[in-house]
Ligand binder design. Structure first.
Ligand code: MN
Length: 197
């Protein structure tokens, strides 16, 4: 099986009260798992079957005949990345190399926060808000549905899931509150620094 469901990098109750155990049970145990199961069904017996996940995402992107494969494989990639972007006791201003890079490329942490929240709030319908490295510069981008910036040549450093299933049990329709909590309480800057390195 090329596509696997990784364990969460922390216990299911570790992000409470900001993201509840119930949300992680459904989000990881049902939604993420379904993308893994469906992706494996769709690649079985095809030329994608034995490739690594990132290659499957790249090869299926933009090919209408492989839309199902792309949607499921990219959602697996995105969720696996998203879990690592959070940690208990995370959030707040960054440290390390990313702090200097954010100051240089955004003109300050507050501007970065404003742009990330704005991307998340204005993504109409389901999708993702990302911090990426694009041509050596930090940039905030948003993608719809399963979209992933690697297919546009960008390097993801941080992502927040703005599909309703990511926050509805805890925040109902209040996506801006979920985004503010992600920024203030959850971001794993150590992971972001490791991606930047
Ligand atoms: Mn999700």
């Amino acid at each position: 099986m090329a596509i696997t469901l990784p364990d969460l990098p922390y216990p299911k109750n570790a992000l409470a009260p900001y993201i509840s155990e119930q949300t992680l049970e459904f989000h990881h145990g049902k939604h993420h798992k379904a993308y893994v199961d469906n992706g494996n069904k769709l690649i079985a017996g095809t030329d994608l079957e034995n490739l690594d996940l990132e290659t499957i995402v790249r090869k299926s992107a933009g090919d209408p005949s492989k839309a199902g494969v792309f949607n499921n494989a990219a959602q697996v990639w995105n969720h696996t990345f998203y879990w690592q972007c959070m940690k208990p006791g995370g959030g707040g201003p960054p440290t390390g190399a990313i702090a200097q890079k954010i100051a240089a490329d955004f003109g300050g942490y507050e501007k970065f926060v404003e742009e990330l929240k704005n991307a998340g709030v204005t993504q109409f319908g389901s999708g993702w808000a990302w911090l990426v490295l694009n041509g050596g510069k930090l940039q905030i981008v948003k993608t719809a549905n399963a979209g992933n910036p690697i297919t546009d040549g960008m390097k993801p450093l941080l992502v927040v899931d703005v599909w309703e299933h990511a926050y509805y049990l805890d925040y109902q329709n209040r996506r801006p509150d979920y985004l503010a909590t992600f920024v203030d309480k959850l971001i794993n800057w150590d992971f972001v620094n490791s991606c930047l390195a």
